[in-house]
Design a binder for this molecule. Structure first.
Ligand SMILES: Cc1ncc(COP(=O)(O)O)c(C=O)c1O
Length: 288
């Protein structure tokens, strides 16, 4: 059984999907992507993901290839076609590139159609050890460009940073630019400082994460003091709790930072509380 993908209007096994080497996604990383988790066969925070996609395509002047209605229909079809292979919990990856053209940094003069690709994989449940022990993270200078709010497929900076974390037996690199903590290489960051949950404000230095927004919403609903503010590396070192958030990894409690214990050295009380709210939110979607 093969995973079913969608390429420019056709559903086909992912290992049969073909694109041109002249595709600007391949040549330049000239594209935008999204990763959407699926719980109980339903796409998580779909409207929010489609809104971010729309904003990102506009930011890099790639034509939006589909209406919202068409996106919903094709994404649900990908989920349905992959149920035999990946079950009800999937991770959907989609990417849109500027299309195929003769290689030139500037946009092609002639009209080209964007390339649209969607694939699914099994969404693996998070390891039980995470709730017991948490994860290790390192800090690193943020070596990326200054348009980190764009979910670009050009991810070389992020890749090198994540690999640096792996090389040091950690799961993520927490990034620091101009004495401010921005986010992780592929995650947003929250820190519990003086009993307030803090996450850096949106702007060009970080990706406006869908999980990040949900956590701020859940904090408000459950009267957990939270705000968006800059965090210095020194504040981070002294934080009671540190979390990393993303669509597929949910909320990771960081229990060691650069080899030093964070808080009690175990996933904190607020993490446990927020994780319960997060799991309940997912369950509501499954039951809908
Ligand atoms: C750089 C970066 N920041 C934050 C996130 C988290 O975003 P989301 O919660 O929408 O998955 C990601 C996700 O991959 C990311 O790559």
């Amino acid at each position: 059984m093969s995973s079913i993908s969608y390429l420019n209007g056709a559903f086909l096994p992912v290992n049969e999907a073909r694109i041109s080497p002249l595709d600007r996604g391949f040549i330049f990383g000239d594209g935008i992507y999204e990763v959407i988790p699926v719980y109980g066969g339903k796409l998580f925070r779909l409207d929010e993901h489609l809104k971010r996609l729309d904003d990102n395509l506009a930011a890099v002047r790639i034509k939006q290839p589909l209406s919202n209605k068409a996106w919903k229909s094709v994404l649900n079809e990908v989920v349905a076609r992959n149920r035999p292979m990946h079950g009800d919990e999937q991770s959907i990856y989609l990417q849109i590139t500027r299309g195929v053209a003769e290689r030139d940094h500037g946009f092609p003069n002639s009209h080209i159609e964007p390339t649209l690709f969607i694939m699914s994989s099994t969404l693996k449940p998070l390891a039980a050890s995470i709730a017991e022990q948490g994860v290790a993270a390192i800090t690193h200078a943020d070596i990326r460009w200054r348009n980190c709010h764009i979910k670009s497929t050009s991810l070389l900076g992020n890749i090198l940073l994540r690999q640096q974390a792996y090389d040091e037996d950690a799961v993520e690199a927490i990034l620091i630019r101009d004495d401010e903590v921005t986010e992780g290489a592929a995650s947003n960051l929250f820190a519990l400082i003086d009993d307030v949950l803090i996450t850096p404000p949106k702007g060009p230095l970080l990706l406006p994460g869908i999980t990040r927004d949900l956590i701020l919403e859940l904090a408000q609903q459950h009267n957990i003091p939270a705000c968006e503010a800059f965090i210095t590396p020194q504040q981070l070192i002294n934080a009671e709790e540190i979390w990393l958030t993303s669509s597929t990894k949910e909320i990771l409690p960081v229990t060691t930072l650069d080899g030093t214990v964070v808080g009690s050295g175990k996933p904190g009380k607020l993490w446990q509380q927020m994780n319960q709210h997060y799991q309940a939110y997912k369950q509501q979607l499954r039951n809908r």
